[in-house]
Design a binder for this molecule. Structure first.
Ligand code: FDP
Length: 324
């Protein structure tokens, strides 16, 4: 018997155990982040379960406007948002929530306030829901100075001020990738235990990658440098092999593959969307935070993505790429 493998299989590092271990390295910590994370994890488990039933539910009308009983049913992204908002508020550790699904930020009632702001996209890649392709939840966490006196400025900070970020991918397995600022770790949901188990410790993006990932259907609207770069991926002049193109069109899945296999993911600005498509607060910042923590890079084309300062009216970024 391989005792080492057996020990690994029986000594389960759950996500809660992992974060508690991290917490013990900060004696001043009171466990607030662990509590917040357990509520985020609950939201991810709910969405995972809902996503896995979505195809089936659609057959009997549950994902449509009304079900067989004639009851109004919520779309998966709206439902996911409600679950996350309620889970985050009930944690008692949040004060402002900014969701991709909400028009306005949610200011938590003072009686339930804690010191964290959470920015999130409860179900990203929604155009992939109906065909069962991988989608995900993306989140980022900031800490406020004074929870009794909060304004929107608390979340209009550069991404480099984030305390933690992560995503959960609902794919062939449910994988939660998290960074609290000291590396990146991946946890896979064991459905029989209902627990996320550490399966990808200390993820580092490979130094060289053979894949580029971009929606080439937008090529006619790209600027010169973007067109040139993608041409170079396909027709390298230095005798190297061309890169392979992989594009799912679901940011969590495309970024997850990039983290594990290396390469570049980009959603460049173009004539049609001069500010690009990806949203700064809940797509660009969390993913850039993870990418940097894994040893990669994230740029807008002009500057480090995490240095951007968001402002109220803009949620988009011009150009995003990793590992140029
Ligand atoms: P979606 O519109 O399906 O929600 O920014 C959202 C996003 O998906 C990303 O997840 C994905 O990377 C990108 O848009 C896909 O956009 P295109 O369909 O324009 O390629």
């Amino acid at each position: 018997m391989d005792h080492e493998a057996e020990t690994h299989r029986t000594d389960l590092m759950t996500i809660t155990r992992y974060v508690l271990n991290e917490q013990s390295r900060h004696p001043e910590s009171r466990g607030d982040f662990t509590i917040l994370l357990s509520h985020i994890v609950l939201g991810c488990k709910f969405v995972c379960s809902a996503v896995s039933k979505a195809g089936l539910a659609k057959l009997i009308g549950l994902a449509g406007e009304t079900n067989v009983q004639g009851e109004e049913q919520k779309k998966l992204d709206v439902l996911s948002n409600e679950v996350f908002v309620k889970a985050l508020i009930s944690s008692g550790r949040t004060c402002i929530l900014v969701s991709e699904e909400g028009e306005e930020a949610t200011f938590v009632d003072p009686s339930l306030r804690g010191k964290y702001c959470v920015v999130f996209d409860p179900l990203d890649g929604s155009s992939n829901i109906d065909c069962g392709v991988s989608i995900g939840t993306i989140f980022g966490v900031y800490m406020v100075k004074d929870k009794d006196n909060v304004t929107l400025d608390e979340v209009l900070q550069p991404g480099k001020n984030m305390l933690a970020a992560g995503y959960c991918m609902y794919g062939s397995s449910c994988t939660l990738v998290l960074s609290t600022g000291s590396g990146v770790n991946g946890f896979t949901l064991d459905p029989s235990l209902g627990e996320f188990i550490l399966t990808h410790p200390d993820i580092k993006i490979p130094k060289k990658g053979k894949i580029y990932s971009v929606n080439e259907g937008n090529a006619k609207n790209w600027d010169g440098p973007t067109t040139k770069y993608v041409e170079k991926c396909k027709y390298p002049k230095d005798g190297a092999s061309p890169k392979s193109l992989r594009y799912i069109g679901s940011m969590v899945a495309d970024v997850h593959r990039t983290l594990l296999y290396g390469g570049i993911f980009l959603y460049p600005a173009d004539k049609k969307s001069p500010n690009g498509k990806l949203r700064v607060l809940y797509e660009v910042f969390p993913m850039s935070f993870l990418m940097e923590q894994a040893g990669g890079q994230a740029f807008t084309g002009k500057q480090r993505a995490l240095d951007l300062v968001p402002y109220e009216d803009t949620s988009e970024v011009a150009h995003l790429s990793w590992q140029l």
